[in-house]
Design a protein around this ligand. Structure first.
Ligand code: ZN
Length: 594
């Protein structure tokens, strides 16, 4: 049965709207509080900290004054669960006990999908029955790994026997071969006619859709040399790996209850966490988390804990997952796993309580990143430090909310002792890197090391001072004559600093330096990450003198050339001589003061 054959009339809709409690439906997605006649809460469609989302039970309407989302209960279900109209109607009808008549005629496409669901459900029953038979390979494997028997049935585990035709024999009487191939249960022979079982000699995990229907399988090889170790169902009209999450159907209630979702990579990681009592766990079936999966999870809850393997591949995957979760606005934590261990190793070594504790005590994602990347490791070369900070910035750049992103930058600046303005100024370049992340070149880390912009040391030191906490910054800025500066990038940065107060108003700062090129911004961060002591106020006075003197000397030399030319042409040189003398007096004066 599919929802597209529902006979949805206006009468039916009116009945459904009056039967559906909109406060109850929306209350599953965001906490609502009574406020006068209406209910108020945080909008489930956009990130906000103060409630601008209002629900009126009598009118059956909701509206968000923040993002403009609004409508009736059907609209809400469509938006929040990404359902089409008939599907949303069907969900509400079954929840509130409204009967909707069905049309007689159905399209062949719907029939085909229904047949796929039926075949997959039959296959799941068949594999589960085979696991229930005494002494089979999958049973021995599960016992050996210490998986308790009640979990076998709870998760619908199965056994694909070591044969080429077991599922084919079991189902071919009821379903045509091409349907079983489309369902991913059979594989067509490379040569000749016919097909054989896709899953052989494997322990099977069943993947379900949102309504709990089996849509595919993941199989773990049971023989030691079995290749590949894990085999998933192929893509089919009902199985889309990038949209589905293993365990989501079973975890839905626990996710709502605990208000968090725990993400793992594989089937056995999932099993380990469920055994540890962390029922709100889902797995991305051995591949990287996808944007579609992150979006799906965000509709269920706002908090996520990433629990990937404690090896370099797992940590790398964690960086990727963090970016997707942060882009969706998740409050994200990362479980600390011992080096080289996965959740299943941990369960076996430390027991279920220890696993659950690692999840509960998972640090905030930034704390984890700092532990993982270690940008403040002692004795680090400044280029290496820069590169490590860039790796963290790459993750922070994914945070969609600007205010929250700035907050994380502030924490990062504190942790790595780099002025916030400098980190934040590189942020825009980073965001661009994030957008083109698929090409994975051109991140700040690369450009930072390859900066082509240069400036004399004294001018660099001046910039360092202007980025410091000194109260005299603005005074220096007002005294500084730009003519002393030879480097065009330093001139531009000084102009930028002068136009804005360098106080910590980040948004203005970023707007101001938006004109700088990537290289120029990189130049700025390079100066800020210099590990030598910052110039003192006295040192800056000295710097200004050095800059002015060098400017005057340049002018004197130009004037002397002009003087020589004028003398050769026997022109009047009085003015030139006076100009030279005036500058030489100033040079001498600066020298005396220094
Ligand atoms: Zn909103």
């Amino acid at each position: 049965m599919t929802s597209s054959d529902l006979d949805i009339t206006d009468t039916v809709l009116a009945e459904l709207r009056s039967a559906s409690d909109i406060v109850q439906v929306i209350g599953d997605h965001t906490a609502l509080k009574k406020a006068g006649r209406s209910w108020k809460g945080l909008c489930p469609f956009h990130n906000e900290r103060t409630p601008s989302f209002t629900v009126d039970r009598d009118k059956g309407l909701y509206h968000c004054f923040g993002c403009g989302a609004g409508g009736d209960v059907i609209r809400f279900v469509r938006e929040i669960d990404r359902l089409d109209f008939p599907e949303a109607v069907e969900v509400l009808a079954s929840r509130f006990g409204v009967t909707i008549p069905r049309r007689q005629r159905r399209g062949p496409r719907e029939d085909r999908r229904d047949r796929l669901f039926e075949a997959l459900a039959a296959a799941q029953r068949f594999y589960a029955q085979r696991l229930a038979r005494p002494d089979n390979a999958a049973e021995r494997y599960l016992v050996e790994r210490g998986v308790p028997k009640e979990m076998w049935t709870a998760l619908g585990l199965g056994h694909a026997p070591d044969a080429w035709d077991s599922i084919s024999k079991a189902l071919s009487g009821a379903y045509p071969e091409d349907l079983l191939i489309e369902a991913g249960l059979l594989q067509p022979r490379a040569e000749g006619k016919g097909a054989y079982d896709r899953f052989r000699d494997r322990l099977l995990f069943v993947v379900r859709d949102e309504r709990g229907r089996p849509v595919g399988f993941g199989g773990r090889a049971l023989s030691p040399g079995g290749e590949p170790k894990y085999l998933n169902s192929p893509e089919s009209p009902v199985f889309s790996k990038k949209r589905l999450l293993y365990g989501l159907f079973e975890a839905r209630e626990a996710i709502r209850r605990s208000d968090r979702v725990v993400l793992v990579e594989g089937y056995f990681d999932h099993l380990a966490l469920v055994r540890a009592g962390v029922a709100e766990t889902v797995a991305s079936m051995g591949t990287a988390l996808t944007p579609e999966q992150a979006e799906k999870l965000k509709r269920l809850c706002p908090r996520a804990v990433v629990c990937y393997d404690g090896d370099s591949a797992g940590r790398k995957a964690t960086h990727g997952a963090l970016q997707l979760l942060l882009a969706q606005g998740f409050e994200t934590r990362v479980a600390r796993l011992p080096e080289g261990e996965d959740p299943d190793d941990l369960l076996r070594r430390e027991g279920p309580e220890a696993v659950a504790r690692r999840i509960d005590e998972a640090p905030d994602f930034l704390a984890w990143l700092l532990e993982d990347v270690r940008p403040d490791e002692p004795g680090l070369a400044s280029s290496e430090k820069r590169e490590r900070i860039a790796r963290i910035q790459e993750v922070l750049g994914a945070i969609s909310d600007r205010v929250l992103r700035y907050e994380e930058y502030r924490k990062l600046a504190r942790a790595v002792s780099v002025p916030l303005e400098v980190l934040w100024s590189g942020e825009k370049a980073n965001l661009r890197a994030e957008i083109t992340r698929s090409s994975s070149v051109g991140t700040l880390g690369n450009t930072a090391v390859l900066s082509g912009v240069e400036a004399p040391e004294a001018e660099k030191q001046l910039i360092r001072f202007l980025m410091s906490e000194s109260e005299r910054k603005s005074l220096i800025l007002s005294q500084l004559d730009d003519i002393y500066l030879t480097s065009s990038v330093v001139k531009r940065i000084v102009t930028v600093f002068r136009t804005g107060s360098m106080v910590s108003e980040p948004i203005d700062f970023q707007g101001q330096i938006a004109d700088l090129t990537d290289d120029e911004r990189t130049f700025l961060s390079g100066i800020a990450l210099d590990e030598s002591p910052e110039p003192t106020e006295k040192g800056v006075d000295q710097l200004l003198k050095v800059l002015e003197t060098s400017q005057l000397k340049g002018e004197i030399s130009a004037l002397r050339q002009a003087l020589g030319k004028a003398e050769a042409e026997q022109s009047d040189v009085t003015e030139l001589v006076r100009e030279i003398e005036r500058r030489e007096r100033r040079v001498a004066e600066l020298k005396r003061k220094g």
